[in-house]
Design a binder for this molecule. Structure first.
Ligand code: HEM
Ligand code: MG
Length: 232
């Protein structure tokens, strides 16, 4: 089957983004992770997750392209470029200054995996608490940590993204089982009962959820200015 999950091969490249990696592992993006255009990303996020190709996705995809030294395509591993989209206090990757900001890290993911105890779903309250805990860890332990208005905005968007992609883009409730497979295996959990949301994820739904998440997290920037990284 064309969109079956297949683990990446040794020569395939992947990103710090669990969603783009999942899309590549299912063949919605090239399985080698290379020579990817903005329109290819827009089609893949719609086909795979029912994310609308609106101003939010177009902007993120164009920012992603800036990480590449090629004018029209990117390789997924280009996206590890620190402080373009990639930031500290990630949910599942180590901070840049500590070593590996690209690959999934189960130790980092423990904070999210252990959140919302006693129930089988994550929600905006638990996701906000996870954001806060991850930032506190980075502020305490990472040299040259970035926590700017931009990185905070991106972090809120990404937490809205996993709740929307694996759960409900309106309520922000997502089954733990699906979210954990998405991060750990970079796989669409069809076999476990997940299906692509019938509700489209848009600039408006993400804006609403990320606003709630940032409030719940109580996170604030600890530096006023952005490190301006616009290319490799
Ligand atoms: C990180 C989801 C689209 C680039 C993330 C994270 C999530 C996520 C949940 C946080 C990972 C973590 O903190 O450990 C999604 C979803 C998407 C999507 C559901 C659409 C369906 C994109 C696009 C790009 C992108 C279009 C750029 C072309 C990145 C990058 C990171 C990231 C560079 C690393 C940020 C970091 O944690 O340091 N994404 N993403 N994503 N995403 Fe995506
Ligand atoms: Mg990161």
């Amino acid at each position: 089957h064309w969109h079956q999950w297949r683990a990446p091969r040794a020569t395939d490249v992947r990103s710090p983004c669990p969603a783009l990696n999942t899309l590549a592992n299912h063949g919605y993006l090239p399985r080698n992770g290379k020579h990817i255009t903005v329109p290819m990303i827009l089609k893949a996020v719609t086909d795979g997750f029912n994310f609308k190709a609106d101003a939010l996705m177009v902007t993120i995809a164009k920012f992603g392209l800036l990480a590449s030294s090629d004018p029209t395509t990117l390789n997924l591993d280009d996206l590890k470029l620190h402080n373009l989209i990639e930031h500290d206090a990630s949910l599942s990757r180590q901070d840049f200054a500590l070593g590996d900001n690209l690959h999934f890290n189960e130790t980092i993911f423990t904070t999210l995996a252990n959140s919302n105890p006693g129930v089988n779903y994550y929600n905006t309250t638990s996701a906000g608490q996870v954001m806060h805990a991850r930032l506190a860890d980075s502020l305490a332990n990472t040299p040259n940590v970035t926590n700017s208005p931009k990185s905070l905005g991106i972090r809120g968007t990404e937490s809205a993204f996993y709740l929307s992609a694996m759960g409900d883009p309106i309520t922000g409730v997502a089954p733990k089982k699906f979210v954990n497979i998405f991060f750990r295996e970079e796989r669409l959990p069809f076999a476990e009962g997940w299906e692509r949301s019938k509700t489209q994820t848009t600039l408006e739904t993400v804006g609403r959820l990320s606003g709630i998440l940032l409030q719940e997290s109580n996170d604030v920037p600890t530096q006023p200015c952005e490190p301006h990284v616009l290319g490799p």
